[in-house]
Design a protein around this ligand. Structure first.
Ligand code: CP
Ligand code: NVA
Length: 310
């Protein structure tokens, strides 16, 4: 069966854990530690991966591209508009054709249905590089980063301050899979997708909502935020959203209400003095660039898992 990596609730928890363990070993090998995978540099030898972007990207694009090359594979980075996909060819036909040429497909797109149709029609693995609804590769890197800094995430308290967006949705799914407590602190108008939260809860996620950001971060091991306006959001809503989200800005004062050794996380790109102050972003609790680096390592694990090489 083709192994897609579409969402964190689509892959069994033990497989996610396996990917994380292997990714840590891949990272350690790169740092000169003993190689547990003798073929570390050739796992994708003669494989070609299509990387399709219908939205901008710095980290996802470069970390996938570099990671595949480091494993001996080749990449094609494509924008939706340069494919016939952007000019009327169906997603399904695009998937069928690409499957005749490449060994895997990573796609960043708008509607989750596009990703789903790609996966249904492709005969090679499809990886979710972000949709309007979720961003699973990011949260795999975030769990890896959390555990590097603080030990097992199981039983930890992670507080999300801000917009209930696609990155939060993957945290909600991760809460069920990895067994941590997740608190959403944001305005009711920007609550997360109710369906995603209900499904995650039904699968064991411990998700609570606290409108007071200071109460929310009490006892937090990690405080997380993201842009107040995502790529798919209507720019004309910017001022209204900013006014609603301002009370949830991550400041030094807010961090002072979390555990003394709490970490600050952000998937990036960040907007300093909007969702987070520079003092926090550049401060000693911030692990944002480790999160970015871990995209590289964890996606190597994901690709290898998809291709049966883990
Ligand atoms: N965090 C993340 O996915 O960044 P990019 O949008 O730059 O890929
Ligand atoms: N929520 C953001 C994440 C960017 C990586 C967006 O979708 O634009």
């Amino acid at each position: 069966m083709t192994r897609h990596f579409l969402d964190l609730d689509q892959v069994p928890a033990e497989e996610l854990r396996h990917i994380l363990n292997r990714s840590a070993e891949i990272k350690a090998a790169r740092d000169g530690k003993p190689k547990l995978f003798p073929d570390e540099n050739r796992a994708l030898d003669s494989k070609v991966v299509a990387l399709i972007f219908e939205k901008p990207s710095t980290r996802t694009r470069i970390s996938f591209d570099v990671g595949i090359r480091q494993m001996g594979g080749e990449t094609m980075v494509l924008s939706g508009s340069e494919l016939q996909l952007g000019h009327g060819e169906s997603v399904g036909d695009t998937a069928r054709v690409l499957s005749r040429f490449v060994d895997a497909i990573m796609i960043r797109t708008f509607q989750p249905e596009t990703l789903e149709e790609m996966a249904e029609c492709a005969t090679v693995p499809v990886i979710n590089g972000l949709t309007n609804r979720t961003h699973p590769c990011q949260i795999m890197a975030d769990v890896m980063t959390f555990e590097e800094k603080k030990g097992p995430i199981e039983g930890a308290k992670v507080v999300w301050a801000g917009d209930g967006n696609n990155v939060f949705a993957s945290f909600a799914q991760a809460s069920a899979q990895f067994g941590f407590d997740l608190v959403f602190a944001g305005p009711e108008t920007l609550d997360p997708d109710a369906g995603v939260v209900a499904k995650a809860r039904s699968e064991g996620a411990a998700i609570s909502v606290e409108r007071d950001p200071f109460k929310a971060v009490d006892g937090a091991d990690a405080v997380v935020t993201d842009a107040w306006l995502s790529m798919h959001d209507d720019v004309s809503a910017r001022d209204r959203r900013h006014n609603q989200l301002k009370p949830y800005q991550v400041t030094e004062e807010l961090m002072a209400h979390a555990k003394a050794d709490a970490i600050f996380m952000h998937c990036l790109p960040a907007h300093r003095e909007e969702e987070v102050t520079s003092a926090v972003f550049d401060g000693p609790q911030s692990v944002v660039f480790d999160e970015a680096e871990n995209r590289l390592h964890v996606q190597k694990g994901i690709l290898r898992w998809c291709l049966g090489a883990l």
